[in-house]
Design a protein around this ligand. Structure first.
Ligand code: PEP
Ligand code: MN
Length: 365
């Protein structure tokens, strides 16, 4: 059965592509059943495809020599999707956090770290200083905690927010903390530079609508079992209300096949880049649930090309009030920072324009 779509696609051609090459491409596409219009841009041409493009969508962008990028126009999440000529972002979005304007997005690799929960002022400040000195650029800690058990520590709430305010001033790092309830938005935003929407709230549409009215960055974590489409639709709730500062966070999904029932879904993290201009970060702590799995998966995420990490760190994991089993010690976190920086540097060295192209893949036509 054909899955016919009328949304259309845009092929952004490489700068300076020869007309003969473009015509070949056009003929090949027309043979696949779509109508093609050639549009001249300021520095390159675009092919606008209409009609039944389902067969074209099944092929990966690498199939098309001479094409810089393939943009699928999506009627479902137009603000989150790559756009060209439609007023939407055709370039990756850079979000900046706090007065320090910490960047997350193209050309960056941003590390956010801290304990699962705000504990005492002294403990929280101690961890903030330690992660800052190890290379974190944003401090994470939850004051309102979503816990599976109603008997588990629920976070310090308002007292935790006050602690975060003081820690921000003392440690000089912008803060990311979770907003759990639509009734808490004002008080949380007063102390958060980046507001976290947790996995359990990804589909809390009342909360998303409220946050869409803010002009403050939001870290949207993927729901436990959300599809890519549902994740981007949740982002769309924020974006369509006018809040264009949204960061997506892959934090693992439920799977009986995963260790402890969770799988860090790096495949979807990579796939998201095909569909959206928003920054994408990975949480290898909740995404693996155990200290010894955090570092290898952080390395993998860095190698996969995401824009940053969200990592749980504690100066005494064995005493942590929540998620101690997945918290890195400061020494382990220092190692993580060194290793992910090394991974990125190695990839940059191979990919920089002046490097010869040892990794060029020969494709069959
Ligand atoms: C957290 O970041 O502490 C948290 C509870 O995350 P998630 O919503 O992904 O479970
Ligand atoms: Mn946690």
């Amino acid at each position: 059965m054909k899955n016919s779509t009328t949304a259309g696609m845009i092929f952004i051609l490489k700068e300076g592509l020869a007309a003969s090459h473009r015509n070949k491409l056009r003929t090949r596409l027309e043979q696949m059943g779509v109508s093609v219009k050639v549009v001249a841009g300021p520095d390159r041409e675009y092919l606008e495809l209409s009609g039944d493009d389902a067969p074209v969508r099944t092929l990966s962008p690498e199939t098309w020599p001479g094409v810089e990028r393939v943009v699928e126009l999506s009627p479902s999440w137009p603000h989150a999707a790559w756009g060209a000529g439609s007023g939407r972002s055709a370039t990756p979005t850079l979000v900046t956090i706090g007065a320090e304007r910490v960047p997350i997005g193209p050309g960056q690799f941003t590390i956010m770290a801290g304990p699962c929960s705000v504990e005492s002022y002294e403990r929280t400040l101690e961890i903030a200083r330690a992660v800052r000195d190890a290379g974190a650029q944003v401090f994470r800690a939850g004051a309102f905690k979503p816990r599976s058990s109603p008997y588990a520590f629920q976070g310090l709430g308002r007292e935790g927010l006050e602690i975060l305010k003081e820690v921000r001033a003392a440690a000089g790092l912008p803060i990311v903390t979770e907003v759990l309830d639509v009734r808490h938005v004002d008080e949380v935003r007063a102390c958060a530079d980046l507001l976290q929407v947790g996995s359990r709230n990804m589909q809390n549409y009342a909360l998303l609508k409220e946050l869409s009215q803010l002009r403050q960055p939001i870290l949207l974590k993927r729901g436990y079992a959300a599809t890519l489409n549902e994740f981007l639709l949740a982002a769309e709730y924020l974006l369509c209300g006018g809040n264009d500062q949204v960061i997506l966070c892959e934090r693992g999904v439920r799977s009986a096949a995963g260790v402890d029932g969770v799988v860090l879904d790096l495949g979807t993290a990579v796939e998201l880049r095909e569909h959206t201009h928003l920054p994408i970060v990975v949480d290898p702590s909740h995404g693996t649930g155990a200290t010894h799995r955090v570092l290898p998966l952080a390395r993998a995420a860095a190698a996969a090309g995401v824009d940053g990490l969200l990592v749980e760190v504690h100066t005494q994991p064995e005493t942590a009030l929540s998620d101690g089993k997945q918290a890195l010690t400061v020494a382990e976190f220092q190692r993580l920072v060194a290793e992910v920086v090394a991974v990125r540097a190695a990839l940059d060295a191979v990919n920089r324009p002046s490097a010869s192209a040892p990794l060029a893949v020969q494709r069959k036509e």
